[in-house]
Design a protein around this ligand. Structure first.
Ligand code: ADE
Length: 421
């Protein structure tokens, strides 16, 4: 297999991509600030970075920060269906960043693109789902020697990396960007809340008001989806395996029930768990005619698609991003975006304003890794609190929002144990 220097759909799309990248940047004030600071300080000078991320307008603006900081960057996609081909073209044409990503690529090409990112011999990796780090550990061999560290953007990736660390398999330090407050509380909740519904609505154009809308999993993404579906006037049902989350969903005003019961009455079911086959044969058998299925988790494993294929009589693509599975008993089940991340496949992913804080954490985490080269253990590390707070401060400042400070009397009170009633 020969590795290409660049593998994108069409360089001619660059002008449109550049215009959309600049549009997104207007909603990314923290990234704009970091762009200036990194250009001035050059904290990543000469560092080889490979990023396996969704190739979107927002990622392009993160890439601008990294190269402004002096990085030698190569990008590949972290999902076969999420690449914005015009953005890939603009990254190559306008920013001279080698990109390996084509929307709709098959699994073989997907892994060729990851190989290309590995051939760059990165010292830092940026992952969204941990596929690049996993491949480096599986077949990277000598490449691991020069590694400084990596970052991970999403919940699913952090879970995989923690499993590697537990097994003693992780060969360099990784920062769990996902776990920063300024990432998951905003991106996972408000980003997924808006963009998952955006994908479902763009794909189906079905009114949500008055429909039964089931969210599988009440983590930060599930909470965001439920909140926004409720805002559309849907009757929201939550299914959970965790008693605390189920209780929280109940107190938040949602109906909670087992998925097999929800399946029989839902018009929409959206998975957001990070786990495999959460919607399985038993649920497929119970689904109501016309039900729309979508996945908002990182991998396309949450809905048991092979089982859907086996149980259905035929599959027809009825609209872009909508496959209708027709059953012997007359039921029609609609699967969106082949069960892949619906927000990135059928829409444009999270809006720039939330990726602003997520990617500010990414850029600052990379700078932190470089500054602490050789001193961090081969483990999954939290984003330092100072970085999290700095990102929040920068965002508030950009939004023109001031906050109060503790007085010295209040600070003393909070630190003392003598003072009571
Ligand atoms: N993940 C979710 N939304 C995204 C976006 N707009 N860009 C990059 N990664 C994302």
């Amino acid at each position: 297999m020969t590795i290409k220097a660049v593998d994108i759909k069409d360089l001619q799309l660059a002008e449109q991509g550049r215009s959309r990248i600049d549009w997104a940047l207007q909603e990314m004030p923290v990234i704009r600030r970091l762009l200036e600071q990194f250009a001035e300080r050059r904290p990543l000078q000469g560092g080889r970075i490979s990023g396996c991320l969704h190739i979107t307008t927002e990622t392009a603006n993160l890439a601008r920060v990294l190269i402004a900081g002096g990085a030698d960057l190569v990008l590949c996609t972290s999902n076969p269906l999420s690449t914005q081909d015009d953005v890939a073209a603009a990254l190559v044409a306008d920013f001279r960043i080698p990109v390996h990503a084509i929307r709709g690529e098959d699994t073989t090409v997907y892994y060729q693109h990851i190989k290309a990112a590995m051939e760059h011999a990165p010292q830092i990796t940026l992952d969204d789902g941990a596929d690049l780090i996993s491949e480096l550990h599986r077949s990277g061999g000598a490449l691991l020697g020069d590694m400084i560290g990596g970052t991970e953007e999403t919940t699913t990736g952090v879970i995989r990396l923690r499993a590697m660390a537990r097994d003693g398999a992780l060969k360099f330090p990784v920062i769990a960007v996902n776990d920063a407050m300024t990432k998951h509380l905003f991106d996972n909740r408000y980003g997924t809340g808006q963009s998952a519904l955006d994908g479902i609505i763009r794909a189906t154009n079905i009114l949500l008001a008055g429909k039964v809308f089931c969210v599988v999993g009440y983590g930060w993404c599930g909470r965001g989806i439920a909140m926004r579906a409720k805002g559309h006037g849907a009757q929201v049902v939550i299914t959970e395996v965790d008693p605390l989350r189920a209780l929280e969903a109940t107190m938040d005003g949602f109906q909670v029930m087992p998925l097999v019961e929800a399946a029989a009455r839902s018009d929409f079911i959206v998975t957001a768990t990070g786990d495999k086959h959460v919607l399985d044969a038993v649920h497929i058998e119970a689904l109501k005619d016309g039900c729309v299925l979508a996945n908002s988790g990182h991998f396309n494993v949450e809905i048991n698609i092979p089982c859907l294929e086996k149980l259905a009589r035929e599959k027809v693509r009825v609209r872009p991003f909508v496959d209708e599975y027709r059953f012997q008993d007359g039921r029609r089940i609609r699967l969106l975006a082949e069960g892949r991340l619906v927000n990135l496949a059928a829409a444009e992913g999270h809006p720039a304003a939330v990726m602003d804080t997520s990617f500010a954490n990414q850029a600052m985490a990379v700078e932190y890794l470089v500054a602490r080269r050789g001193s961090l253990a081969n483990a999954v590390h939290a984003v330092p609190q100072q970085i999290d707070e700095r990102v929040a401060q920068m965002k508030l400042h950009a939004m023109g929002i001031g906050i109060d400070r503790l007085t010295s009397e209040q600070q003393r009170y909070l630190q003392s144990w003598q003072e009571g009633t």
